[in-house]
Design a binder for this molecule. Sequence first.
Ligand SMILES: *Cc1c(COP(=O)(O)O)cnc(C)c1O
Length: 358
Amino acid sequence: MRPIQATINLAAFRHNLAVARQHAPQSKVMAVIKANGYGHGLLNAAQGLADAEGFAVLSLSEALDLRHAGYEQNILLLEGLFDTDEALLANQHRLSLVIHQTEQVTILEALSLPHPFEVFVKINTGMNRLGFQPEQLTPLMQRLKQCANVGKITLMTHFANADEAAGIAQPLALFQQTVKDFSDYPISLANSASVLRYPESHGDWVRAGIMLYGATPFADTTASQLNLRPVMRFSSRIIAIQTLSQGDGLGYGHAFVADQAMRIGVVACGYADGYPRHAKNGTPIAVAGKSSRLIGRVSMDMLFVDLSHLPDCDLGDEVELWGDLVPVDAVAHSADTIGYELLCAVAARVPLQVSDRD
Ligand SMILES: *Cc1c(COP(=O)(O)O)cnc(C)c1O
């Protein structure tokens, strides 16, 4: 078998969920497990985070997979219904819906359903992606209260800059002003950055995503500084050794040229596995538990690691692409992206293994 795998540590999920609860002790946690659990496997994420009061996903099919696996907590569809056809199944399985535009209200008003939906009304406080404008809220609430298919209502927003210097002060003030006539309603505002930095945003439900996977939402603070543990360990093995003389080029385009004699390991992992092709020379990587660096251009199925300073490392040695020794955020930084993107991009051909080690 090709030696690549991603190992998902359920104990790390539980640890990170406990960290979220330490920050937001009064709030319920909606664990965001969209995008196949940020690449960790939807059901692996649900298993590790089973203690969360809710799960947030994008599609009806993800929600149904969770129900079929026996999860009974609140399941929120973050973009709500995409069309009328989804309403009956969503209702039957007691899914909660984000409502972010009038068309979704019209769908609900036209139906006759066995029981009312729990809904999360999304207000646009400056992200300008999804949600109602603040001045739409009062008439909207009138409509929702009159609709027999709408039950419990939570008011929500999503911040554009919770992880940035701008912070949340302005959109939070706008939200509070917007909902002041609806102060009896539960609220949900915080993503991971806001859970970690802004207690004033915690409300009834926090929507924690990236922190639960043990990666950082911030450019200036590492996951370990936040006491988060990586859940995924992405690993493979050395499948060939090459010796270079001074002046030899390596791999496609000879993007790396040896300035002295070197020993190189060829690793069974490439961009078709989800390793970023734009990772630069020098990106951290670990071989048999020791730090080294990526060199040369990442190809579809293989990449190169420098073994010049690791004479004991050899064919068959284990390589950590990211995990406990190499933070995914460090690899992401070196590829001009964020940990989120790398985790979500782990390819379907990479087998996911589950472990449970403290
Ligand atoms: C993805 C998402 C989250 C989680 O964001 P993180 O930064 O991963 O914590 C929260 N709320 C909404 C609406 C989202 O789409």
